[in-house]
Design a protein. Structure first.
Length: 366
């Protein structure tokens, strides 16, 4: 078929085929750069969801394993905001980074700040250049509002402090900005005290809005609680399912909800028995893809427990269970060098790990 073509013509054919199928060209480095507007984004295979698994364009299973990184809290800080952080993540063995956009920054109007958006562009391009899939997380339903009300009360927060149109608008803004660039959209962080029928309607509408802009976008829907923390689970999928394709479901998993760090206790909590049960095993058994968006230490209702061998064993056993039971990865909380010992992965901003970070590093290499 190719007989008689010159070497130059053959090279042109190869380049066209590779561009159509998003395959790397022979001799092209994995971090090769394609230009999109003012910021360069690397080529990274697009993902899709098949049943309980995440796969790339070549049909290979992908696990989203890595860390949480705060984009808005210190977006103008040179210590945390630099490409080196993503090189360190890659060296640790990360394949994903969950980029948090915090509520207090959103309320302060950060999405209208062109300088922040350019820096967010850089964060995404740096991460992808070093082989990391980016999960953009709507981390705006956590901690405290400026006036003191708890954000996790969705029905209150989205009628008093924000509006649903605000929420829809900033996701469509991000989808428009990152269309076709392989970003995953984690729509709402840890929603509590929410009517499940309303949750279903709002998640569907948001996904549909994003897909109207980026039809192949992968979206992430988190566990939800109709009441307090002990109601946070995946039961909504049994009565008010999202029923959209290319959706990853996410839950959060911390040691401070445990006094038993055995694998059997971890599986029980991921299952459907006891307080704080996630019903994640039902999700996998019924064809849903599940990733752990946050996980970390703590002990026996104390999120600020001093680091201990108990926590190390809990984290090791959690990663072992997730790897063995069909989950699609985990992103540890969080990439910082300050705060509670059970949540800071870094000893410094030069990529050196704390004892917690060392346990994660070892798990990422499994």
């Amino acid at each position: 078929m190719w007989k008689g073509l010159s070497h130059a013509s053959l090279l042109l054919v190869v380049l066209v085929i590779c561009s159509v199928y998003s395959l790397p060209v022979l001799g092209m480095q994995s971090g090769s750069i394609l230009s999109y507007g003012t910021v360069n984004y690397p080529t990274i295979p697009r993902l899709h969801v098949e049943g309980t698994q995440i796969k790339d364009q070549l049909g290979r299973r992908v696990y989203l394993k890595g860390v949480n990184y705060d984009s808005a809290q210190w977006w103008d800080s040179n210590s945390a905001y630099n490409e080196n952080q993503f090189i360190y993540m890659q060296n640790w063995g990360c394949t994903a980074v969950r980029v948090n956009i915090e509520a207090f920054s959103l309320e302060a109007g950060i999405m209208s700040n062109p300088a922040f958006l350019i820096r967010l562009d850089n964060v995404i391009s740096w991460a992808q250049a070093h082989g990391l899939y980016v999960i953009l997380d709507g981390w705006h339903l956590a901690a405290k509002c400026p006036h003191g009300e708890t954000r996790n009360y969705v029905d209150h927060y989205m009628t008093v402090d924000w509006t649903w149109n605000d929420w829809f608008d900033w996701w469509t803004t991000l989808a428009t900005r990152y269309k076709g660039k392989g970003v995953i959209y984690d729509l709402m962080n840890e929603p509590l005290h929410w009517n499940l029928a309303d949750h279903q309607a709002k998640m569907r509408q948001c996904i549909d809005n994003i897909r109207a802009i980026d039809p192949d976008a992968v979206c992430m829907v988190e566990e939800v609680g109709s009441g307090g923390w002990d109601t946070m689970n995946f039961l909504f999928e049994q009565s008010y399912p999202i029923s959209r394709s290319n959706v990853i479901y996410s839950c959060h998993f911390y040691g401070y909800h445990f006094s038993d760090n055995s694998q059997s206790a971890i599986r029980q909590r991921l299952g459907n028995s006891g307080a704080y049960a996630k019903y994640a095993n039902w999700m996998l058994a019924n064809g849903r893809c599940v990733q752990i968006g946050e996980f970390g230490g703590g002990y026996n209702n104390d999120p600020n427990a001093a680091w201990s061998s108990w926590q190390a064993t809990f984290l090791q056993n959690t990663m072992t269970v997730l790897n063995a039971d069909g989950y699609s990865g985990y992103t540890a909380w969080r990439w910082v060098n300050f705060g509670w010992s059970c949540e800071k992965l870094l000893a410094d901003w030069n990529g050196n790990p704390t004892p917690y970070g060392t346990v994660l590093q070892e798990g990422l290499k499994q």
